[in-house]
Write a protein that binds this ligand. Sequence first.
Ligand code: SF4
Length: 243
Amino acid sequence: MLNLPVTEIFSSIQGEGPYVGVRQIFLRLPKCNLTCPYCDTETKVPEQFRVEKVPGTRFFNKMENPVPLDKLFDILQTFDFSIHHSLSVTGGEPLLWVDELQILFPYLKEKGLNIYLETNGTMPAQLLQILPLVDVISMDIKLPFDSKTFWDVHESFLRYSIQKEVFVKIVVNKDTAVKDLQHACNLIARVDPSILTILQPVTQTQGIQTPKFQQLLEWQNHLLNKLVDVRVIPQTHVFIGQL
Ligand code: SF4
């Protein structure tokens, strides 16, 4: 049986995108293949991970990393699947752990839990390995940073993702370039203009500033010239101090 390092497991509400407000079990996994400048997540593998003692209470037990998959399955089963919309598998970049997820997901789905994958959309080969097991894909399109672009890999990823329910999330800040948004817009339109696209204003961090409301309206306008459904949705969990 494989082991999987975990960052934390807890029950909360989804704070981003079109599923805002639904109750989910969050399985946060460590490590990431990117280094986004606005990243607010600890991606190192912790020696111990934390798991809520009673779901939704924010009282945590500490457990040793990595955890064997059969034990992880038992831990997840202490959360009442019937009140949770899905398991939000987040990170870091969860597709770095595709071999382990390929084993874990079938057990969870057999118990009736849907899988909601939050991904940076840059590992299409790994997505293919678990695509049949995933129900909803929340895919980031990363605008260029540090002279790196991700357009080609994002397009491949999105083309695979449309076999499932997928929406795209683009984090924008005060200095986001219209040409980058245009590039993202063209990419989505080439795959399918009806893919739901979320403009997510960055939550202010490390000198990166939230866009002005007027900028958001202009950008949404711009994207709506080619895309059918473009919504501006900030990180709502931040407003109520949630994880
Ligand atoms: S992809 Fe997500 S976890 Fe990885 S560096 Fe970017 S914001 Fe952080």
